[in-house]
Design a protein. Structure first.
Length: 149
C-alpha cells in the first residue's frame, strides 16, 4: 500500500449498468487510507445503508506492515451473503435479507472490478494530505476472479 496522508487505494466493484449511487450498490473489497496505517476495510453500500448516510455496512481488519508487505484480499459473493477476507480470514459479511428489496440488496446484477489509487477526497483527505507522500505507488501482485457455474 502507498503511505502518507491523502493516499486512498481501493479494490472495489460497481454495477455494470450503473445509474445511481448508492441505489445500484457498491462493494468495497479493500479500502485503505494513508492517515490510518495498518488497517483495511471492506464495505457494502446500497440505498438503505451507505457512506453518505453514515450507516454503510463495513468491517475493518488489522494488516500490520501493509505498506511494506503483500496481503491477499478476497471476497465471496453469493445469493445469500457478501463476505470479505484478508489472507483467508473472514472479517466482514453482509447477509441478504431475502426481502426482494433493491434498497437493501441490489447485488443481484453483474458488477465489474475497479482498482484505483485516489489522492485526497472526502475520505482519503479527511485528515489532510501530505504532498511529500507523492509520488505514491499502489502495487498489485495479481488479481484472480472465479465464478461458480
Amino acid at each position: 500500500m502507498p503511505s502518507g496522508k491523502g493516499t486512498w487505494p481501493a479494490f472495489w466493484m460497481m454495477p455494470k449498468n450503473f445509474k445511481t449511487w448508492p441505489g445500484d450498490g457498491e462493494i468495497d473489497i479493500m479500502e485503505y487510507v494513508g492517515y490510518r496505517p495498518d488497517v483495511t476495510q471492506a464495505s457494502t453500500h446500497c440505498q438503505a445503508y451507505n457512506g453518505a448516510a453514515g450507516n454503510n455496512k463495513t468491517g475493518t481488519y488489522s494488516v500490520p506492515g501493509a505498506e511494506h508487505n503483500f496481503y491477499t484480499y478476497g471476497l465471496l459473493w453469493t445469493a445469500d451473503e457478501i463476505t470479505a477476507y484478508v489472507n483467508g480470514v473472514k472479517y466482514f459479511s453482509y447477509p441478504n435479507d431475502h426481502a426482494n428489496n433493491h434498497d437493501t440488496w441490489p447485488f443481484d446484477a453483474p458488477f465489474y472490478l475497479k482498482l484505483n489509487l485516489a489522492w485526497g477526497g472526502n475520505w482519503g483527505g479527511l485528515q489532510g494530505v501530505d504532498q511529500s507522500a507523492l509520488p505514491a505507488t499502489y502495487e498489485i501482485d495479481y488479481v484472480r476472479v472465479y465464478q461458480k457455474n
